[in-house]
Design a protein around this ligand. Structure first.
Ligand SMILES: C[S@@+](CC[C@H](N)C(=O)[O-])C[C@H]1O[C@@H](n2cnc3c(N)ncnc32)[C@H](O)[C@@H]1O
Length: 201
């Protein structure tokens, strides 16, 4: 099934939407992330260390936009040859999962995220359509069963290839964290809700 999503719409190119093609990519697919150094040598060719068991079979099922919460539970199924690398992971409450957008094709340097009606640069967003299609999701580790990491907070599709896992160690104090255009979009949404409800400041 071919399906479009707002992430795939270039500003001013409504007809030229990219699509994600859920049917034609298998989890065992060869990753297209071989990184070119000066378009000649390969830096490295990533390989999956495992795959995500996710409740989401289609991008349309994944919460998007302002206020979207990612509380879905899933399993990071780590391949047996990498299981030793999970030693001592149980002590961490949250993990950073680095993964491949294996069902997105191509990229847009400017795009309209679901959380705003204004275009932003790809590196100022979490768009799946990126030059190197790498995703990063922070999940809560619920429990480990050998090579299975039961987690909360998945926003990836079933069968998504996992490239790496690292413990999440938050070090940015909230008072120094700036959230850029997203904070502005949230403020605009709050104002328009207030206006709609007839609330005056
Ligand atoms: C906005 S991205 C954010 C992903 C990650 N948290 C990040 O920041 O890199 C999440 C969206 O990517 C899309 N997606 C999830 N898994 C995918 C996959 N395996 N291939 C392509 N697109 C995927 C879905 O549309 C989902 O809503």
């Amino acid at each position: 099934m071919r399906r479009s999503s707002r992430w795939y719409v270039k500003p001013g190119h409504e007809a030229d939407t990219g699509t994600t093609d859920a049917a034609d990519v298998h989890p065992d697919c060869v990753l297209r992330l071989g990184l070119d150094v000066e378009a000649h040598g390969q830096m490295f060719t990533p390989r999956p260390i495992g795959f995500v068991d996710s409740p989401y079979k289609d991008t349309a099922e994944i919460p998007k936009g302002l206020g979207a919460k990612h509380e879905a539970e899933g399993v990071l199924r780590i391949l047996p040859e990498f299981e030793l690398g999970l030693t001592d992971i149980e002590g961490f409450s949250h993990l950073m999962v680095i993964w491949a957008f294996d069902r997105s094709h191509g990229f847009d340097l400017l795009g309209m995220p679901p959380s705003d009606n204004r275009p932003h640069g790809v590196f100022a967003t979490r768009s799946p359509r990126r030059p190197n299609p790498i995703g990063l999701t922070v999940v809560e580790l619920l429990r480990r069963e050998n090579g299975l990491l039961h987690v909360r907070g998945v926003d990836m599709l079933e069968g998504t290839p996992i490239l790496d896992i690292k413990p999440y160690l938050s070090s940015v104090p909230s008072e120094t964290l700036r959230r850029g255009w997203l904070a502005e979009a949230e403020n605009r949404a709050v104002s328009s809700h207030r206006e709609a409800a007839g609330v005056t400041a």
